[in-house]
Ligand binder design. Structure first.
Ligand SMILES: Cc1cc2nc3c(=O)[nH]c(=O)nc-3n(C[C@H](O)[C@H](O)[C@H](O)COP(=O)(O)O)c2cc1C
Length: 199
C-alpha cells in the first residue's frame, strides 16, 4: 500500500517519502478502506491506543483521607531484577499526590469476574464508594482486592513527570495470586476477556 510520493515502491526515495508522510501527518490503516491520512495527531494517537488491549487493574493506597482506588490500564512489568512495575498516572488523579517515594501501594490485576468492581472504581463514585463492590482487605495497611488475579504490593521507587502524566516505578515487595488466569481486558472502549485461538 502506497502512502504518496512518486518514487517507485521499495526505493530509498520511496522510503523517505513514506517516512515524511508518517512523521508529518500520521496515518491509520483500516482493513476495509485502506490507509487514511489524518492531520490531527492527538486524535489519531487516541484512536490507535484504543486498539492496545490491556488488563484492567485497580491501584490502591491508604491515605490520610482514607483508602483510595483508581482504575488503570497503563501498567507494565518493568523488571524481575529487581521485581518492579510501572504505572502511568494522570497528575490530576487524586491518587497521584499520594504516590510519593517510599509510599506503599498495590496494583490489583482484575479478572473477568471483576467487571462490576472496575465499573464502580472507574466512574464518578467517591473513593469510599469505590470500595463498595468487591471484597477488600488490608495488607500492612495497604488495601487490596481479596480475589484479584494477582496483587503486587509495591513501594514507590521513582517518579518521572512527563506531560500530563507521571510514570510511577514501584519496587514489588509482596505478591498475591488467586485463581486461574482470566483477566479483565479493556480494548476499544469496552471490557472483555481473552479467547483462546490456539489449538
Ligand atoms: C479502563 C480504564 C483505564 C484507565 N487507565 C488509566 C491509566 O492507566 N492512568 C490514568 O491516569 N487514568 C486511567 N484511567 C482513568 C482513571 O481511572 C480516572 O481518571 C481516575 O480514577 C479519576 O481520578 P479520581 O480518582 O481523581 O477521580 C482509566 C479509566 C478507565 C475506565
Amino acid at each position: 500500500m502506497r502512502r504518496g510520493g512518486e518514487a517507485s515502491p521499495g526505493s530509498a526515495a520511496d522510503r523517505s517519502a513514506n517516512h515524511m508522510a508518517l512523521s508529518e501527518k500520521s496515518a491509520s490503516v483500516s482493513e476495509k478502506t485502506g490507509p487514511q491520512l489524518e492531520t490531527n495527531l492527538a486524535e489519531s494517537h487516541r484512536r490507535a491506543m484504543r486498539r492496545l488491549a490491556a488488563t484492567v487493574t485497580i491501584i490502591t493506597i491508604k491515605s490520610e483521607f482514607g483508602n483510595l482506588a483508581m482504575v488503570a490500564t497503563a501498567v507494565s512489568s518493568l523488571s524481575l531484577a529487581p521485581p518492579s512495575i510501572l504505572a502511568c498516572i494522570n497528575q490530576a488523579a487524586s491518587i497521584y499526590s499520594h504516590l510519593q517515594p517510599e509510599a506503599r501501594f498495590a496494583i490489583n490485576f482484575l479478572g473477568a469476574v471483576h467487571h462490576g468492581v472496575a465499573l464502580q472504581c472507574a466512574g464518578a463514585a467517591s473513593h469510599q464508594d469505590r470500595f463498595a463492590a468487591g471484597r477488600w482487605l488490608s495488607h500492612d495497611g495497604v488495601p487490596y482486592l481479596a480475589d484479584a488475579q494477582a496483587t503486587l504490593f509495591s513501594r514507590v521507587d521513582k517518579l518521572i513527570s512527563y506531560g500530563s502524566h507521571g510514570i510511577v516505578i514501584g519496587n514489588v515487595f509482596d505478591v498475591l495470586i488467586s485463581g486461574d488466569p482470566d483477566p479483565l481486558i479493556y480494548v476499544n472502549g469496552i471490557y472483555g476477556r481473552v479467547t483462546n485461538i490456539d489449538q
